[in-house]
Design a protein around this ligand. Sequence first.
Ligand code: ADP
Length: 451
Amino acid sequence: MDIEAVGRVIEGHSVRTVKIGGADLDGVYRGKRVSAEQFLAAAAGGFPQCDVVFGWDIQDEVIGSLPYSNWDIGFGDVIMRPDLDTFAVCPWEEGSASVICDFYTEHGEPLPIAPRSVLKRVLAQAEAAGFRAQMAAELEVRFFREDQESLREKGYHGLRPLSPGLNCYSIHHASLDEPVIGYVCRMLNEYGIPVEAYNREHGAGMYEINLRYTDALAAADRAMLYKSAAKEISGQMGVTPTFMAKYADDVDGCGGHLHQSLWSAGGQESVFWDASRPHGMSETLERYAAGLLATLPEFMLMYAPNVNSYKRYVRGTWAPTNLTWGLDNRTVALRVITGSPGAIRIENRVPGADLNPYLAFAASVAGGLYGIEERLAPPPMVKGSAYKAADADLLPQALPEALERFRGSELARRCFGDEFVDQYVAFREWEVEKARRAVTDWERRRYFEMV
Ligand code: ADP
């Protein structure tokens, strides 16, 4: 879309306010609201934004020690330039539209630490190798009949789920939630995020919402907007969703599975398909899978970025625990789905719903390309339960381990750039230290009276 076309949409839908912003390092959509007139007048030049959006943590605490965005530099501005192709009217919010921006330095270069820039960098590597990645994020989510105040009043304990039972796949239970979930999905569709399907998941108030796959950059945009929009839309009904990977010890976590396939540069032909080979799986697919598996430990930080992410990797909870792959197998890290040239894909089941979509997508494509480039061969596929695959290496077990693997990764520097790696390492060091100091409910229950 060009600015004239955007102007016509603004006029046609009586848009008064445009939400402008992009993903921070956690994948949170942050930015500002500007009037429609201001947007049309200034979009070409971009909008200034304090660089602290890359200098604080998920609770807005300034970290101070990051290479980029710190007290010594003085928190100047970066420039947000709207990607007009992402301009969309928000049907749940009268007179509002949103647009995703790319962040630029004051010298007009793409900001190398911005997650969308990191993904674009990797997709340019794919393009140079003659490939186009098609992806979809499948994010599970838990809805609660709570609002911002009630969550705080209850200290995030004893919350009331949207629906109380497990009732996975139960049609009539899903119908009971339809006034909320159906409305969320309808609004997403009207917003331009096609929802292919949704179902009750294995948890109170839990749903899986499948977004239609598309080019990797647009798919990451959709995943970020879906998380943000789901919060906005259900919030209007006094309902709050959470995309935490593991919201409580004794319940299943929320996966953020990534479906991916690789196509020829023009997008006509899936290079994952080869009718002459078993299950139609091409050699390219096998190499891509081998690369994904080989790089999972060193890129884990980009799939599982939070302390909480690692609580999800528990046997028998539908989450993977080890470096395995298999054919239509939901216990492995990489589930291969075959059937036809259009459908053949790899589902990376490692990320949780707390993922930053841009970083998780970048890690996936970079890992797959690495496998193709190095002509790697994957290990044998696991048949049956991967939880019993005793000789398979385990996924990194906690954030500090993932951090050390990422810090030591030369490949990460090559794929994502030194500036991003240095910033992200320092960013997660802060998270590890914050968690190290936190005294949890579990510790009080366990030790208070006994030690
Ligand atoms: P589930 O894991 O819930 O069983 P499915 O196996 O049905 O889900 O996968 C559905 C997801 O796969 C959807 O998001 C869909 O858009 C995506 N998908 C389908 N074909 C492709 C493809 N060729 N490349 C990438 N994603 C795809």
